[in-house]
Design a protein around this ligand. Structure first.
Ligand code: HEM
Length: 374
């Protein structure tokens, strides 16, 4: 979720920046071209799980590995290069990035959702928020500078190059705005991607029947391509149902540009309105058997995936401001789930603890069992 500069603005300036900065990130062509690279990252993720399994197939701190996956895949998408977050000798800069972004979200939660003393004087949380924001801006700036230096020769895939290069090519836009946008893209996606993956694996682990049905679908899939992923209805339904039950972003925020009447209340322009999309997804009147994980609810009678419902599930927001990383995350979740279910039975003991860290997050360390399919 964008909390920072760039597209985090309001009104006309936001619209201008959004129109200039996000088309390449959102294009189907970029997603299709990035898929082979995503395969490599997903394979490394699977290898990492294998390497960290104990004799009983248990991997502790899957949340940490998922965090590294988020960093690796998003940095590659945006900067066009692998930064090696799965390697033991990952550079100091890169290894600090994951923790500093997490610190920033925690400090933002304590600032914005606590009593607003920070408006009167700089509270501890506020100071931490500013400090961590400065730090990750510096880290990503350095990564961006390094990418800029190498930009001409080393981007391996056209599609990847174009996300990064397309922002740099925009005429009449201050270089600081361009840099802020790239920083925004990187910081916005990491935590959400990591948490969404842990939630998806947890729900699949708790529903072995769904895993089995998915396994059957995947056996008939053949080669995993962008099209075959789109055509795998049950796979898509599993991912979508996990967004409904455990969305990383639980609400959408808007600042009203004009006065508005909502449920009989007159809200003046400038009011911050929070739409609690998670609660809407859990309401029985919106979804029968709402507490249950039922991917089938997203399949039509002829077995096709259909996300359209009277009450939509909107984990990436809605309308003009919708998350520009949605296509990328959807593709990544489907690919990872497909690879993992093809290779393993996924298991989980007990219940997953949840906490609010600006994003809905699992209480770590989170352990899963990955048992090889024979
Ligand atoms: C599972 C992962 C993610 C989740 C759950 C998520 C969720 C969201 C949500 C709910 C919004 C607000 C949308 C609205 O107000 O209607 C948002 C905005 C945004 N997201 Fe994501 N996002 C994720 C990943 C990403 C990724 C990977 C990127 C970039 C590569 C990204 C970039 C952004 C940006 C730049 C905005 C601000 C858009 C604007 O204000 O115009 N997000 N995201």
């Amino acid at each position: 979720m964008s909390l920072m500069a760039g597209v985090g603005r309001q009104g006309e300036k936001w619209h201008e920046l959004r129109t200039l900065l996000t088309p390449e990130l959102m294009s189907k062509r970029t997603m299709d071209q990035f898929l082979p690279e995503l395969h490599h990252v997903a394979d490394d993720f699977v290898s990492q799980l294998r390497a960290e399994r104990n004799a009983h197939g248990v991997v502790t701190a899957v949340d940490d590995i998922a965090n590294r996956l988020g960093l690796e895949s998003i940095c590659e998408l945006v900067l066009g290069r692998r930064l090696g977050f799965f390697n033991k000798d990952v550079g100091a800069l890169a290894s600090r990035l994951g923790s500093v972004i997490k610190e920033h979200f925690l400090a933002s939660r304590d600032t914005y959702f606590g009593l607003p003393f920070w408006k009167l004087f700089p509270t501890r949380a506020y100071k931490q928020m500013v400090k961590s924001e400065e730090e990750y801006y510096e880290i990503i700036s350095e990564l961006v500078e390094a990418a800029l230096r190498e930009e001409r020769n080393t981007c391996p895939v056209d599609g990847i190059q174009s996300v990064f290069a397309s922002v740099l090519r925009i005429p009449d836009l201050d270089v600081r705005e361009k840099k802020a946008a790239i920083i925004d893209f990187i910081a916005a996606g990491i935590q959400g991607t990591c948490n969404s993956l842990v939630f998806l694996l947890y729900l699949m682990a708790k529903h072995p029947d769904a895993q089995q049905r998915l396994y059957h679908e995947l056996q008939g899939l053949g080669e995993v391509t962008a099209d075959s992923l789109r055509g795998a209805a049950y796979l898509r339904a599993c991912v979508h149902e996990s967004y409904r039950l455990l969305p990383a972003a639980i609400a959408i925020a808007r600042i009203l540009e004009a006065d508005m009447e909502l449920s009989g209340h007159l809200l003046p322009a400038g009011t911050v309105v929070l739409c609690h999309t998670w609660l809407a997804g859990l309401e029985e009147r919106n979804f029968p058997a709402a507490a249950q994980f039922r991917p089938e609810r997203w399949l039509s009678a002829d077995g096709r995936f259909h996300a359209a419902q009277t009450i939509p599930v909107v984990p990436f927001g809605y309308g003009k401001r919708m998350c520009p990383g949605k296509g990328f995350v959807d593709q990544e979740m489907r690919l990872l789930l497909a690879k993992l279910v093809q290779e393993f039975h996924i298991g989980f003991d007990g219940e997953l603890g949840l906490q609010f860290e600006f994003f809905l997050s699992p209480v770590g360390p989170v352990s899963f069992t990955f048992t090889d399919r024979c």
